[in-house]
Design a protein around this ligand. Structure first.
Ligand code: AP5
Length: 204
């Protein structure tokens, strides 16, 4: 099964993808994680990508598309988190014949609070929230904040989201494969709604 998780910054794509991957044994491919891994390696491409991520802008398509395509290569099923992020990217992966696009709908106001509390485990890349999804005590000493979670960059990420990514919602709606989930409730509730969509699809 091929699933795309779509939604604004902080809507919970990473959180949901991780749970789905665990429960349904899906391969989880996050464009953001792939890009950050390249940055961490300090390669020439990584250094170039960093400039975009730090500003909250989309990384150049040639890098993102290559990285994602390399990951999915011959795989029959996966979750794509944060890809495609523009109609142009969506058209590039048209031939993948994605089964389901789950759109995590949430307002910018509601999501802002999530950024100040988000913490990342640098060892696993897993994302937590100090209030909503507290990190285990054992990793408290090493959790970090994401550089692009500062208010100025978050604002830019939202601007780019509205301009580039929001039209992708309409693109998949027209294709009849889009399901919308209210992403504002607590994590467990949002996940249950997503899980039901996936289960219902599998029953078809
Ligand atoms: P990326 O890493 O994909 O960032 P994003 O899309 O902005 O999304 P986030 O990771 O910030 O949030 P999320 O929706 O995954 O939410 P999360 O589960 O963490 O991309 C980063 C950058 O990489 C981009 O800006 C761009 O530069 C580049 N990039 C990525 N893809 C690209 C592409 N295709 N093309 C070009 N460039 C690309 O949750 C957020 C917080 O809230 C967490 O703390 C979590 O614990 C908490 N939380 C989750 N769910 C809930 C809930 N229901 N209630 C309360 N708290 C919750």
């Amino acid at each position: 099964m091929k699933i795309i998780l779509l939604g604004p910054p902080g809507s919970g794509k990473g959180t949901i993808a991780e749970k789905l991957a665990k429960d349904f044994k899906f391969l989880n491919i996050s464009a953001g994680v792939l890009l950050r891994e390249e940055v961490k390696k300090g390669t020439t491409i990584g250094k170039e990508i960093k400039k975009y991520i730090d500003k909250g802008e989309l990384a150049p398509y040639k890098f993102v598309v290559e990285m994602v395509k390399l990951e999915i290569h011959d795989k029959k099923g996966y979750i794509l988190d944060g890809f495609p992020r523009s109609v142009e990217q969506a058209k590039i992966i048209e031939d993948l014949n994605v089964d389901l696009v789950i759109y995590l709908e949430i307002s910018e106001e509601k999501v802002i609070e999530r950024f100040s509390g988000r913490r990342i485990d640098p060892n696993t890349g897993k994302s937590y929230h100090l209030k909503f999804i507290p990190p285990p005590k054992a990793i408290m000493g090493r959790i970090i904040t994401r550089k692009d979670d500062n208010p100025k960059v978050v604002k830019e990420r939202f601007r780019i989201y509205h301009k580039e990514t929001a039209p992708v919602v309409g693109y998949y709606k027209k294709k009849g494969i889009l399901k919308t989930v209210d992403a504002a409730p607590p994590p467990k509730e949002v996940y249950e709604a997503v899980k039901k969509i996936v289960k219902d699809f599998q029953k078809k």
